[in-house]
Ligand binder design. Structure first.
Ligand code: NDP
Ligand code: BG6
Length: 520
């Protein structure tokens, strides 16, 4: 490890001081004793691309001290420890960042990993897993300490129920009163309201809500975490953030690549289940919710649920679906597939703050750029003596990725002798303003939250249910073929119908102005 235990303690306490002072967080940060992190589905795509790299980054920053932590990979594939390590090795450090110090960190990190092979629904594998965890815990806890077991299900949701049953039966933390067992479950959590509720009940019979961490990695993104701070810690926004001033809100996700070998999975789900029902809807909650009583996770999640419950049923005429040409060339995708790879959906929130303001959620694969952003467009200025309308409306934009930034588009005087106006921006570009600050990966942050027992950035069961209630009728209509996906060319903005819907919803595009992220 690059740094010793002293650094590790400092790091932990500084993060604690910067946190919102949540009680559970503070208390659990003080925990010590053995921590076993078990990645189920360790042979898979998510594990190698996201879970292990996130654990490595936490390790490098001193959050996973080797004196306390051991990492187990579990899957059916027959592999040795070394084979698993070879599989993940190349994903831990992007080659452009590789330094000799990093290589040493990688070797030390890989030493913490052990692989156990077994099936997901029979006792032998889980008994063996428990034996290995217990052996490690026994070695660690000869000194005073507690045992903590964190199970990360990097698995298809179809196997969650048997896996949860096996963990409950064979692999729980053995001490009654100290330590804990926590489960991180990945999306997609169900395919619709009924399947999600069924899955929730099956898992809910085995674990308390406080043990279940439903991950939505968008909640771990830096700018998403800044949303509540922006809204509730700044006087600017308090009087403006409502239907009197805001004309429309867009929450946009674009990718400039297609389903990239995940066509088989994707075709079962489509872009609404993959991105909109979870990632974009979670962002919408934070944009639209009322101020929570405090920053206690349950108060925040209560407010998110209230917003979701106030969303009106989606109207077919406020939906555009698209499928990029070439999507069905993937051999795992049926030739008859109507699965949308693009969707624009207008949501309407029926409450005092938002009545009449369209929330336009837009997501697409194989488009002309990769970006995710929140764009809040304000109404026109009344009594427009400067003819600002010509230039375009005020907008508040949070660019979630890439080039994280928060900027406000506004009208200013064009410098010079003439009294003419021009669009410009107040720009908080992170690379420029926070030079040298490394923005943590979402998974890194969320795994750390799980270790600390902080559920603020995880989806609660009633929140999930409310999210599925919004989208299930629409999804069923799509599954029944009542709504069709229109074709669009890869590398474009998506179907032209989506731009028409945007305009109909009230969005006014600014012509002749483009925000350019500053270069250093
Ligand atoms: P994989 O398809 O790679 O599956 C992970 C592992 O699970 C496989 O290595 C395999 O391990 C086992 N597995 C696969 N299919 C089955 C099956 N039908 N029955 C039993 N075991 C199976 O999935 P990912 O790693 O891509 O994703 C894991 C979870 O994370 C999923 O819920 C996915 O939706 C979610 N997710 C994935 C993302 C990604 O970028 N990959 C992004 C966001 C979420 P073995 O055969 O060795 O047991
Ligand atoms: C995942 C989706 O949840 O998010 C993928 O399943 C998508 O289809 C990914 O590519 C995007 O995540 P990010 O963090 O790159 O925006």
């Amino acid at each position: 490890m690059a740094s010793g235990d002293v650094w590790h303690m400092e790091k932990r306490s500084s993060v604690r001081n910067d946190s919102f002072g949540d009680k559970a967080d503070t208390e659990s940060s003080l925990e010590s004793g053995s921590l076993s992190i078990i990645v189920l589905g360790a042979s898979g795509d998510l594990a190698k691309k996201k879970t292990f790299p996130a654990l490595f980054n936490l390790y490098r920053q001193g959050f996973l001290p080797p004196s306390e932590v051991h990492i187990f990979g579990y899957a059916r594939s027959k592999m040795t420890d070394d084979e698993l390590k070879d599989r993940i090795h190349g994903y831990l450090v992007p080659s452009k960042n590789a330094t000799p110090e990093m290589s040493e960190d990688v070797s030390n990190f890989l030493r913490l990993i052990q692989y156990v092979s077994g099936s997901y629904d029979t006792e032998e594998g889980f008994q063996l897993l428990d034996k290995e965890i217990s052996k490690y815990e026994y070695e660690q806890n000869r000194q005073e300490g507690i045992s903590r077991r964190l199970f990360y299900l990097a698995l298809p949701p179809s196997v969650y129920p048997p896996v949860c049953r096996m963990i409950r039966r064979y692999c729980m933390n053995k001490s009654e009163n100290v330590g804990w067992t926590r489960m991180v479950v990945e999306k997609p959590f169900g395919r619709d309201l009924q399947s999600a509720e069924q899955l929730s009940s099956q898992i809910g019979e085995l674990f308390n809500e406080s043990q279940i961490y439903r991950i939505d990695h968008y909640l771990g993104k830096e700018l998403v975490q800044n949303l509540l701070v922006m809204r509730f810690a700044n006087r600017f926004f308090l009087p403006l953030w409502n239907r009197d001033n805001i004309d429309n809100v867009q929450i946009v996700f674009r990718e400039d690549f297609g389903t990239d070998g995940r066509g088989g999975y994707f075709d079962q789900y489509g872009i609404i289940r993959d991105i909109i029902q979870n990632h974009l809807l979670q962002v919408l909650c934070l944009v639209a919710m009322e101020k929570p009583v405090s920053l206690t996770p349950e108060y925040i999640r209560d407010e998110k649920v209230k917003v979701l419950q106030a969303v009106d049923p989606i109207k077919d005429e406020e939906v555009v679906l698209g499928q990029y040409e070439g999507y069905k060339d993937d051999p795992t995708v049926p030739d008859t597939s109507n699965t949308p790879t693009f969707a624009t959906v207008v949501l309407r929130i029926h409450n005092e703050r938002w009545e009449g303001v369209p929330f336009i959620l837009k997501a697409g694969k194989a488009l002309n750029s990769r970006k995710a952003e929140i764009r809040v467009q304000f109404k026109d200025v009344p009594g427009d003596i400067f003819k600002c309308k010509r230039q375009g409306r005020n907008e508040f934009v949070m660019r979630l990725q890439p080039s994280e930034a928060i900027y406000m588009k506004l009208t200013v005087k064009q410098p010079g002798l003439e009294m003419s106006t021009v669009q410009s921006e107040l720009d908080l570009s992170y690379k420029q303003r926070y030079q040298g600050v490394v923005i943590p990966e979402a998974y890194e942050r969320l795994i750390l939250d799980t270790i600390r027992g902080d559920q603020q950035h995880f989806v609660r069961r009633d929140e999930l249910k409310a999210a599925w209630e919004i989208f299930t009728p629409l999804l069923h209509r799509i599954d029944e073929g009542l709504l069709k996906s229109v074709p669009y060319k890869p590398g474009t903005r998506g179907p032209a119908e989506a731009d028409a819907l945007l305009e109909k919803a009230g969005y006014v595009q600014t012509h002749g102005y483009i925000w350019i992220p500053p270069t250093l």
